[in-house]
Design a protein around this ligand. Structure first.
Ligand SMILES: [Zn+2]
Length: 263
C-alpha cells in the first residue's frame, strides 16, 4: 500500500501525493471509506491519478463525488474517463458549467483559442447534478459548503471545509488570479467581490486549483483586490473594464479646443 501524504486532515492533493506536477490541483477529500475528488484535470493523467488512489487503499466504488470547480478543459477534460472508472460517483458542478459542458462550448471551456492556434479535444459532458451557492456536499461526517465565487468565470465554485477553502482559480500563492478574459465570462467587479468575501471570511487556509496551498494572507488578498480595482479603468482589459478615464479627459479637451502647437 502506498502511504497517504496528507496535506491537511481529510485532504490529499494528487500532485503533492505524486511529488511531481501532473496538472491542475486534484484534491481528494475523504472521511472513513467515503471520498471525493475536486477537479480531475486532463484526460491523459486520469489513469495515473486513479491508480495512485487505488494504491493508497481507497475503494473505487466508494468515490461519492467528482466535482467540477468550473468548466475549463484543464480542470474537467478527464471527467468522462474518471466517471467510467468510478461509476458510483455523482458528477457535480455549477448550472452554467453544466450548460457549457453539455453543449460542448469550446470557447467557454478553453478548448479552442483560434487566434493562438489552440485546439484540444473536449468531450461533451453531462453532469449528474448541479450545485450552487448555499448547497452542502456531505461526505461521511464532513460537510463541504458550496460557494459561488464568480470573476474568472461566472460558474466558478469554491468549497469550504472548516478552516479550509478549496478556492478554485480565485487567487494563487503569488497573488495572481485566474485568467481575466471577456470571452470566458470574466467579470472584474464580481472578481473583486469574490476576493473580498474570501478576505473577510475566517477561513485560514486556501487550497487553490493551481500551485501550492497557502495560509490566507489578507495583505496579499488586499494587494490583489487593489490591483484588480485598477483594471476597472484600464483599456488593457477591454470590455472587462468599466470605463476609460482618458476618453473623458479627451472630451473635455476637445470641447475646450486644446491645441498642442500654436498656429
Ligand atoms: Zn484554472
Amino acid at each position: 500500500m502506498l502511504s497517504r501524504r496528507l496535506l491537511f486532515p481529510h485532504v490529499i492533493e494528487m500532485n503533492h501525493q505524486a511529488r511531481r506536477r501532473l496538472g491542475c490541483c486534484v484534491y481528494l477529500v475523504f472521511d472513513g471509506d467515503d471520498w471525493m475528488l475536486i477537479d480531475i484535470g486532463y484526460e491523459d493523467t486520469v489513469g495515473e491519478i486513479i491508480e495512485l488512489i487505488r494504491q493508497m487503499d481507497f475503494r473505487l466504488s466508494h468515490c461519492r463525488y467528482l466535482v467540477a470547480t468550473h468548466a475549463d478543459a484543464d480542470h474537467v477534460q478527464g471527467l468522462p474517463k474518471a466517471k467510467e472508472l468510478l461509476p458510483n460517483a455523482t458528477t457535480v458542478g455549477h448550472p452554467l458549467a453544466a450548460k457549457s459542458l453539455a453543449e460542448g462550448d469550446r470557447i467557454l471551456t478553453y478548448a479552442e483559442i483560434p487566434a493562438q492556434g489552440i485546439s484540444i479535444p473536449m468531450p461533451r459532458i453531462k453532469l449528474d447534478k448541479t450545485i450552487n451557492e448555499g448547497d452542502v456536499l456531505e461526505l461521511g461526517g464532513l460537510r463541504l459548503e458550496v460557494w459561488n465565487t464568480p470573476g474568472h468565470t461566472v460558474s466558478q465554485l469554491a468549497f469550504r471545509l472548516g478552516n479550509l477553502l478549496f478556492s478554485g482559480d480565485n487567487i494563487f500563492r503569488d497573488g495572481c488570479v485566474g485568467n481575466i478574459d471577456a470571452h470566458h465570462g470574466s467579470d472584474i467587479p464580481a472578481f473583486i467581490e469574490s476576493l473580498t468575501r474570501i478576505r473577510d471570511s475566517n477561513v485560514e487556509w486556501l487550497l487553490p486549483s493551481h500551485g501550492p496551498a497557502f495560509r490566507k494572507d489578507n495583505k496579499l488578498l488586499q494587494a490583489t483586490i487593489d490591483r484588480l480595482e485598477t483594471y476597472l479603468h484600464l483599456a488593457d482589459f477591454g470590455t472587462c473594464a468599466i470605463d476609460w478615464p482618458l476618453l473623458d479627459e479627451w472630451e473635455d479637451e476637445l470641447a475646450q479646443g486644446v491645441d498642442l502647437v500654436k498656429s
